[in-house]
Design a protein around this ligand. Sequence first.
Ligand code: ATP
Length: 451
Amino acid sequence: MSHILVIEDESVIRTAVDRLLTRRGYKVNTAESVEEAEQKFDLKSFNLILTDVRLPGVPGTEVINRAPGVPVLIMTSYASVRSAVDSMKQGAIDYIAKPFDHDELVMLIERTLKQEKLGRKTEVLKSDLDKTYPVDGMVGKCPAMQEVCRRVTKVAPTDSTVLILGESGTGKELVARALHEQSLRKDAPIVTVNCAAIPETLIESELFGHEKGAFTGADSARTGLIEAAEGGTLFLDEIGELPMAAQARLLRVLQNGEIRRVGSEQSRLVDVRLIAATHRDLKQRVQEGEFRSDLYFRLRVVELNLPPLRERGQDVVELAEFLLEKTRKQLNRSPMKLNPAAVETITTYGWPGNVRELENALERAVILCEEDEITPDLLAIDSAHSAASQPATPTAASADLSLEEYFRQFVLENQDQMTETELAKRLGISRKALWERRQRFGIPRSKKGGN
Ligand SMILES: Nc1ncnc2c1ncn2[C@@H]1O[C@H](COP(=O)(O)OP(=O)(O)OP(=O)(O)O)[C@@H](O)[C@H]1O
């Protein structure tokens, strides 16, 4: 049984998390501060520590130093994304923004404990994968993916700005990380910001920082995420969602290498390489007046186009085999293979959620598989959702149905019967991505929903 320590000074949250985790079969201890936790327990004996950042006494991040080797998850309020980034730099495994829902927290904990258990094994696996696939575990032999790999290798060591285009789940973040890993900046941080996830009112101060008194509530000066990436790489995901005012500021960074905090008259120099990504047609956003053309041209110094999985031919089978092997090793299962019918299903399905959806389907199959063969039923691809027979998939008969419309329709039709986790899985996206899209497309969660 895994043993978890929860450090949280707000008693309502502490009790709720304690109850939730105990119900899920974990052994849980709680404390209101790092000092209290140290007095009562041997911090190093826990399998995982979940802590708030702001606590009476020393900040929660201090447990990273006081319990070396124990994975630490940080709970933080939304407004302090920056402190979460800092904690990650100090060695926290991950963070979760409050308010979080129970499923989200449990998933994060399960994942972290799984990773902790695998520990060194994963390291070995990673180096195996690196040997097999020259661009950091990126699988793909079709001409379009080969071109992407060639360009990644060529452009990574330069400081050029890169724009990565592709549908959701096609591997944009993987490419951004590969670019960083193969660059001279690899020992400095890569800071990832999802522009769609930060409210419009906060994005400028989150990215560029602000001076004391720059706006109501700014009671102290703060550095932004761009400065946090100093010497490294800034990955701006979903850049198509960046509001106009922030676009103007970003342009200045690209043109002059200078950053001006909100509320400041002075600029300071920053040394950051920018990689941006979007699933949107940016050129069209420019034509619609939603995106600055000068910024667009600055961004696409090098453009990488990731094709949707349905256009990658036989790559889908190689990817499935690769992901199957990766997942079964991570889950400590003996060798498995796809049977011919599963290969057929994988080849004919349209994969609207792209590689992420394939990854989820295989993870589920590995977990449920009792023999050494993956059969189509384990993949749980609803034949009604296959490319050939489902008019509601974006790849199918109604090709004119955009991904957004497909998403909207799917969520509205299914949210009363499915939990957010199930919805996200079926759409082949993460829960975070589901949340972001609900915000973006204005689809609130239904009251009847599963969680
Ligand atoms: N070519 C590939 N080879 C191996 N794994 C891949 C490949 N492409 C994507 N993946 C895996 O698929 C998952 C989704 O990829 P990633 O998060 O990079 O997609 P994305 O385009 O950034 O998605 P989103 O737009 O939804 O954020 C990741 O786990 C990634 O490692």
